[in-house]
Ligand binder design. Structure first.
Ligand SMILES: [Fe+2]
Ligand SMILES: [Fe+2]
Length: 184
């Protein structure tokens, strides 16, 4: 028998479990895969708001909340503690990365603030309750989704291709190991 799915639940974006994280072959590919999940979360958030009047969005709200508070904060740690410092050590000034990394770090801080704003409403929906002020969630999620999509485009189109060029095999192996430890 197939389980009924709530509207808005996707199940596609929770990140790897510990066993799968143990198989991180290439940290840059893994970050790209997580970026796909982050795009899926933005879509799931938008679906959630479209369908919450129909009810039964508690599971989807919990799933998104778990992703934002666990997976996303781990991903930001991968970049802030491992990827960005390695790039700063390996990229010459002519790569022009300094300003972009400064901006991405600032956006990571904004992400954390926005997640805090989203958290209150998502926790409420996860309990199966209706929001007194759904417009607040709508405004916060639109801001979050548009910031995320622009941020992901910069990382996928500029930062990760530079990392492919500048990081050594040893750098990537060390980074993969630290990412595995973060997921134990
Ligand atoms: Fe990222
Ligand atoms: Fe990032």
């Amino acid at each position: 028998m197939t389980a009924a799915r709530e509207p808005g639940a996707s199940g596609a974006f929770r990140t790897f479990d510990a066993d799968q994280a143990g198989a991180i072959a290439d940290p840059l590919d893994y970050l790209r895969l997580e970026h796909e999940r982050q795009r899926a979360v933005c879509e799931a958030l938008e679906r959630l708001v479209e369908t919450m009047d129909e009810g039964a969005v508690a599971g989807a709200a919990q799933e998104i909340l778990d992703f934002l508070t666990e997976d996303l904060s781990r991903h930001i740690a991968d970049e802030e503690r491992d990827l960005f410092p390695l790039l700063e050590a390996r990229c010459p000034p002519e790569d022009g990365l300094k300003g972009l990394l400064k901006r991405l770090r600032r956006e990571h801080e904004m992400d954390e603030d926005l997640v805090e704003f989203l958290r209150a409403d998502l926790e409420f929906l996860a309990l199966g309750r209706s929001l007194a002020n759904p417009t607040r969630l709508l405004i916060n999620l639109r801001e979050f989704a548009s910031t995320q999509r622009r941020h992901l485009a910069w990382e996928d189109e500029t930062v990760l291709p530079l990392a492919e060029t500048r990081l050594s095999d040893a750098d990537r192996a060390a980074m993969a190991e630290r990412m595995r430890l973060r997921r134990r």
